[in-house]
Design a protein around this ligand. Sequence first.
Ligand code: FES
Length: 176
Amino acid sequence: WEQPLDGIPAIGRWGDHQLLATGFAGNGMTMATFAGMLLADLLLGRDNDLADLFDPRHLHLRVGAVAYLEEGAETAAYFLGDRLRQNTTPLSVLAPGEGKLIELDGRQVAASRDTHGALHLLSPVCTHLGCLVHWNDAERTWDCPCHGSRYAQDGQVLDGPAIAPLEALNLPKTPR
Ligand code: FES
C-alpha cells in the first residue's frame, strides 16, 4: 500500500508467521524506524500502546470506507467536470509564467508559456488514472487534483503516483 485510505500506516501482525509494515506515504525515514521498534515489541511479547492503532488487521474500516467513497466521488467530479468545462482563451493571451486548460483544434490542451516566452502544449490527461491536470500559478506546475501527481511545465513528472510524463502535443503554436 502506498497510502492507506485512512492515512494510518499498517504495522503489525498480518498472519500467523507474517509481520507487515507498509503505507508510510512518503514518511519512510520516520515510520520505518518506528515500525522496527513496534515489530520488535510484538516479536518479544512486550506491550506497546500503539500496537492497536497501527494493527493492519483492523484496516480502520469505517474511516477507510467513508474516505474511499469521498475520494471516489471527488475524483469522479474532477474527472467529468473538467472534461465538460470549455475555455476558448486564445494562446496569444497567455502571459509568460501562465498556464491554462484551453480548447485548441477541437481538443483540450494544457497550454503554458515559460518565462522566456516559449509555448508548451501538453495533453492535460494525467498519466496516472486520467484526470485533467490544473495549472498551479504559484509553482508553475501542472497538478492533478485527483491523487496529487505534479508535472513540470514541460510535462516531466515531479511527484507521483504518475510515473510517465504528460504527452507533448504537436499542434500549431501560432497565436490564435
Ligand atoms: Fe491519479 Fe492524476 S489521476 S494523480
